[in-house]
Design a protein around this ligand. Structure first.
Ligand SMILES: Nc1nc2c(ncn2[C@@H]2O[C@H](COP(=O)(O)OP(=O)(O)OP(=O)(O)O)[C@@H](O)[C@H]2O)c(=O)[nH]1
Ligand SMILES: [Mg+2]
Length: 361
């Protein structure tokens, strides 16, 4: 009985406090109405071109939406923004988790905003498609940039395939550029596939590394080194300085073994401490040199037009794949043939041939 009483006591709630009277109902309704009202395409475009961040964010949300009506609207907005885009430099930053990408962008980004540039930071996070997280969820690592009037940080969209996320990021670049952002950073975690996606949407590709004991070149994919316009050994501070300099020498030697790039740019190797802001100024100069060179020799334009071609084909591929795998007949056939393969009733090749026939139906 005593037990029952104490339970009752636990469940007993004291009377709540009254709502303060300072919030007036008509202003609440006004805010609600404004939130529910979807601006027209024209309104979106006008506001974005004026650099309105809240409209930019809402347009990006439309881009990221899987709702067909939203996507149609997003496409129309992007198309109208397109003539105003393209006027920026796009920089990709990659490296293993924890190498200091966000810290680097925070420090490096400030160099640009201090010179009056407007910086947008986007991310392609392959892990977000798996655990629906986001590498930029922790905006705390960009404390300064977050507060900067001239910076805009957008966490990566989640819950999609890498191809889908990459495409949305590319569309987001267009919107950011139309909104006047003239430096776009794209952060991606170094796991292979995502670098290729980022490389195909940026002008300059920067690989962040950590110096470690032993062979510096071990475990690095050749392809990623080939893509890099600069290799920066981060965390070159305190007791790490010596090993960072050693790593720099090793990478410089290694890079000289690669043929000269089509851009005519000799990739650079340098060290920095993003955290203590050491050596970051020379990376700023190096990036400037790169853009001076590639804009003068025509590579900048050429690469962008090649990237457009790539994205045309990539989008078609993605769409074809999605359409195919979303067919209920294909889903059923996949199930049926997977078990047939398991039971050694058919081969993967024969099964693929049969399933592919469904694409014509
Ligand atoms: N000593 C030192 N620490 C650093 C430096 N740069 C970053 N760090 C620290 O390294 C940790 C990871 O930094 P982040 O910038 O979050 O690394 P990241 O590459 O963005 O990590 P993910 O987004 O998780 O892939 C943080 O604790 C930073 O403070 C540096 O130059 N020197
Ligand atoms: Mg990060």
């Amino acid at each position: 009985m005593a037990k029952k009483k104490s339970l009752e006591a636990t469940l007993h709630e004291i009377e709540g406090i009254k709502q303060p009277t300072t919030t007036n109902n008509s202003s609440i309704n006004k805010v609600k109405l404004q939130r529910s009202k979807q601006p027209s395409e024209k309104e979106f475009v006008e506001k974005i071109l004026k650099g309105d961040i809240s409209y930019l964010s809402r347009a990006i949300t439309l881009v990221e939406s899987t709702n067909v009506t939203h996507q149609k609207k997003a496409n129309a907005i992007i198309e109208q923004c397109l003539p105003y885009a393209n006027n920026s430099i796009r920089i990709g930053i990659t490296g293993v988790p924890g190498v200091g990408k966000s810290t680097f962008i925070e420090t490096f980004g400030k160099y640009f905003t201090n010179k009056g540039k407007k910086v947008a930071v986007l991310a392609i996070d392959p892990s977000s498609s798996i655990n629906k997280g986001s590498i930029l969820g922790d905006k705390t690592r960009m404390e300064e940039l977050v507060k900067d009037q001239n910076a805009y940080i957008r966490p990566s969209p989640s819950g999609e395939s890498l191809g889908g996320v990459a495409q949305k990021t590319r569309e987001t670049i267009i919107l950011c550029e139309a909104a006047g952002f003239n430096v776009v950073f794209i952060e991606t975690v170094g796991v292979g596939q995502s670098e290729i996606a980022v490389h195909s949407m940026v002008d300059f590709f920067l690989l962040l590394k950590l110096s470690g004991a032993g062979d510096e070149l071990q475990g690095i994919k050749r392809g990623i080194i080939e893509m890099a316009d600069a290799i920066v050994i981060n965390k070159a501070d305190k007791e790490n300085i010596k090993s960072a300099n050693l790593a720099k020498t090793e990478f410089s030697k290694a890079l000289h073994l690669y043929p000269l790039k089509e851009s005519n740019w000799q990739p650079k190797v340098t060290t920095c401490s993003a955290f203590y802001n050491e050596g970051v100024d020379s990376i700023y100069n190096l990036v400037e040199d790169y853009f001076t060179l590639t804009k003068a020799n025509g590579y900048f334009e050429k690469q962008r037009s090649k990237q457009n071609e790539y994205w045309l084909l990539e989008t078609i591929n993605q769409q074809l794949k999605d359409n195919f795998y979303n067919k209920s007949t294909v889903k059923e056939a996949l199930k049926k043939y997977t078990s047939a393969i398991k039971n050694l009733k058919t081969t993967p090749f024969k099964a693929a041939e049969e399933i592919l026939k469904l694409s014509k139906k």
